[in-house]
Write a protein that binds this ligand. Structure first.
Ligand SMILES: [Zn+2]
Length: 789
């Protein structure tokens, strides 16, 4: 803006003359970026000596240490021991505590479902005059190849410490029900069994679910029930560390991920789902140990959970038990949570568009830029919007070339420097584009051109993902209004204040989003965080303009001065990449993940190695050499894009199928079998039933009906987790006269001892997937045609 104005000979004051003023202006805004990101960070851990009514991360951590000493996957002895210890702890705290023994089923689709034998720990803290139930949920099982310190012993321990603190304070009005679910990792089946069959689940209620998808970072309220306005307001009022954005809710709703909370939502509960998600490299691996859990994350999670439990525990829950009229928009601003009703989203987006239009018209009125020229500026602004995220993504690809071990990872072990480098790359692209065009096109035209896209995005998001519209609408509104004022009041001072205000609004809105996008989608999808960083950089253009030499000083030396601005960002990017490479060296402490499974078909004696790595790493590639699909459908592997290779057949017995009864009654064929594993440590038994030319119309496993959505076809696949030593008793109802066959598959964990398997060298560890190191053994049993009779 100053460039064109001075061309018109406007009055020039010099409060911010020269590059020093520009540096101060940009430094103020970068300071605000730092402040915005810093206020997201969790607080220091509170020691165990803190007053009893307070949440202490150190006290909670003692529970983590006890629960996460070893792998405690659903159905294991270790998990059973944890269940006993959880019951003892909650009982000692004075809660009426029971174990719900049940079978849950979830994930049903035509022809398939997942089921599990579950043991949920359910404890009640009765209220004085209940208006409803508040459910505090976390899952007590871990994955099969890690002790689950963060996921989700941290959540369970947070709830133990929370109810201890609640008991130390005055009694609450509402019932508080602690639900520590089983088999979340396997199939969310513990939550399903609770929601569908537990008497305390009748009538619904409000759920606070606590989770982790990493070992550090702020706990983020990332998912809510629909119609979240009232709950968001409650969270904003009560949570001492309110890190939440309504955009996360939109993103999460679009992703295929699930937690126990998904089950509760489907059953009509309302509530909030919180997780800390940074430090994803250790997630679901043997490195998810207590020592890696950041106690500050635990403290923030506990502070929020305790405050929310006190608030929701004492107010009338009746309105919160059902969805509010709409969703709210909310986002963190310097340590608080700004929130307003969703009905303001469209007015705000329209106001932003009008403000940008007003800015464009003012430029036209002042003869600075015609409307076609403004549209040209908008077209040019597409360049950084596309190129900067691409460059950020290219940085990750470059890092993978330098460190091939990064290829299968969502995020490196210590991504901090790389994230800074990504932001510097974005700044370099935007500033280079700006430096090349500002003299020819004009700073104001480029600024308004960028704002056009912010305004457009505000509208597009309002239509498609309303909770995210604020990210573009507020910066567009601020940029439009301040640009309009600065255009109509030509003075370098006004321009500086306008740049500061619009930069500040964009910063407090967008900087936290960038900081939260990095861990959420990882550097592997670095373009996502980079896109929002690009929006921020574009909104900061009026401030960056003050760093560039003024046109009336044009000369050879100013060319160098202009190049210095993007040049600084390039240097910063290079320095940050170098620092990241130095800090994040891969090795035994920071291993490379390797995903490998083994499958044996005893019908044919054939065996295979299989990996879900898209481009198998050096170690995995010792076992897999092609992409030939497996001829048999195995749990976790069926339908996956697999790298495979031949393996030697191990001397492992397939599960034993014992027919119990087979009869025809009223036109239906009823088949009953017992499927039992003959191997120790089996985590799952899968049943794959085929009725040639017929239909499977009913099925029960361990007394629990298979959901109707899975039935009706000629084939039924059920993966049954935590089967126990007796195995699975299954009953099927089949229509049709064709032959029936049953393929039984069992799965255990650990590849050592298999023929041809060499243990992974130091620095390579089993990847954090549910199929890592899984050993699957299958056999087919013919159940023949229906008996005559
Ligand atoms: Zn979890």
């Amino acid at each position: 803006m100053p460039a064109e104005r001075s061309r018109r000979g406007g009055r020039r004051t010099r409060p911010l003359a020269g590059p020093v003023g520009g540096v101060v202006l940009v430094a103020l805004l970068l300071g605000l970026v730092g402040w915005s990101v810093a206020t997201l960070q969790p607080p220091a851990a509170v020691p165990a000596t803190a007053p009893a009514t307070q949440f202490s991360a150190d006290r909670a951590f003692a529970h983590v240490q006890q629960l996460a000493t070893r792998v405690h996957v659903a159905g294991s002895d270790a998990d059973a021991a944890n269940v006993e210890s959880l019951v003892a702890t909650l009982t000692r705290l004075g809660l009426d505590t029971r174990v719900q023994n049940s079978v849950g089923a979830w994930g049903s689709a035509p022809g398939s479902t997942e089921m599990a034998r579950v043991r949920n720990v359910v404890a009640v803290l009765p209220g004085t005059h209940p208006t409803g139930r508040l459910f505090l949920m976390a899952h007590h099982d871990s994955v099969q190849n890690g002790p689950g310190a963060s996921d989700d012993s941290a959540g369970v321990s947070t709830l133990l410490e929370t109810v201890r603190a609640l008991k130390a304070g005055p009694r609450l009005r509402n019932d508080v029900v602690v639900v520590l679910t089983d088999a979340e990792e396997a199939c969310l089946c513990g939550a399903e069994a609770f929601a569908s069959a537990h008497p305390l689940a009748e009538g619904g209620g409000v759920v606070l679910n606590v989770e982790a998808r990493g070992t550090t970072g702020p706990p983020i309220l990332f998912e809510t029930s629909r119609g979240n306005a009232d709950l968001a307001a409650a969270f904003a009022a009560a949570a001492p560390h309110p890190v939440a954005t309504s955009f996360a809710v939109e993103v999460y709703r679009a992703l295929p991920n699930d937690t126990d909370f998904s089950v509760m939502l489907k059953d009509g509960f309302t509530g909030l789902n919180t997780a800390f998600i940074d430090g994803a490299a250790a997630y679901h691996t043997r490195n998810d140990v207590p020592e890696r859990l950041d106690r500050r994350s635990l403290q923030a999670l506990g502070d929020n959970t305790l405050a929310m439990a006190r608030q929701l525990g004492d107010r009338d829950l009746s309105p919160l038990k059902k969805p509010a009229a709409g969703d709210a928009t909310y986002f963190p601003v310097l340590g608080t949570l700004v929130h307003y009703p969703g009905r303001l989203i469209w007015p705000l987006a329209i106001a932003a568009a009008l403000a940008v239009l007003g800015f464009a018209l003012a430029l036209r009125a002042r003869g600075i830029s015609s409307l076609p020229r403004t549209l040209g500026g908008a077209a040019l602004a597409l360049l950084p919007l596309v190129l900067a995220p691409l460059a950020a993504q290219a940085l990750w690809w470059l890092l993978v070339v330098i460190r091939p071990g990064y290829a299968p990872m969502l995020d490196p072990w210590q991504p901090g420097w790389y994230r800074l480098a990504t932001v510097a790359v974005v700044a370099a692209v935007v500033l280079l584009w700006y430096a090349l065009l500002r003299r020819r096109i004009g700073p104001a035209t480029l600024a308004v051109g960028a704002l056009v896209w912010l305004a457009v995005l505000g509208g597009v998001l309002a239509a498609l993902a309303p909770g995210g519209s604020y990210l573009a609408a507020w910066p567009a509104l601020a940029g439009g209004v301040t640009g309009l004022i600065a255009t109509l009041t030509p003075s370098r001072g006004v321009a500086a204040v306008a740049a500061l205000v619009t930069g500040a609004v964009a910063t407090v809105v967008l900087a936290p989003a960038v900081a939260l996008f990095f861990p959420a989608l990882g550097l592997r999808t670095g373009a996502a965080a980079a896109f929002f960083a690009t929006l921020l950089a574009l909104a900061l253009l009026p401030a960056f303009e003050f760093l560039f030499p003024r046109p009336e000083h044009a000369g050879r030396r100013t060319g160098w001065a202009a190049a210095a601005v993007p040049g600084t960002a390039v240097v910063l990017a290079v320095v940050c990449v170098a620092a990241g490479l130095a800090v994040d060296r891969l090795g035994p402490d920071r291993p490379v993940p390797s995903q490998l499974a083994y499958a044996l078909d005893t019908d044919t004696g054939h065996a295979w190695w299989a990996s879900t790595e898209t481009k198998p790493g050096a170690y995995t590639a010792l076992y897999v050499d092609g992409r030939t699909p497996l001829p048999v459908d195995y749990p976790y592997l069926a339908g996956a894009d697999l790298a495979t290779g031949p393996a030697r057949a191990a001397d492992l017995p397939a599960p034993e199928v014992t027919p119990i009864s087979d009869e025809v009654l009223g036109g239906h064929r009823y088949i009953s079998v017992q499927v039992r594993s003959r191997r120790p440590g089996v985590r799952l038994i899968a049943i794959d039933l085929t009725a040639s030319g017929g239909r499977i119309v009913g099925a029960r496993l361990v007394g629990e009906s298979v959901p109707a959505t899975a039935l009706g076809g000629s084939r039924l696949r059920v993966t049954f987790h935590a089967p126990g030593t007796d195995g699975v008793q299954a009953m099927f109802t089949v229509d049709g006269n064709g032959p029936v066959s049953l393929r039984a598959i069992d799965g255990s964990d650990g590849l050592s001892g298999l023929p041809g398997f060499a243990p992974r060298p130091a620095g390579i560890e089993a990847a954090g997937t549910h199929s890592s190191d899984l050993v699957l053994v299958s056999a087919t049993t013919s159940l023949g045609r229906p008996p005559k009779g």
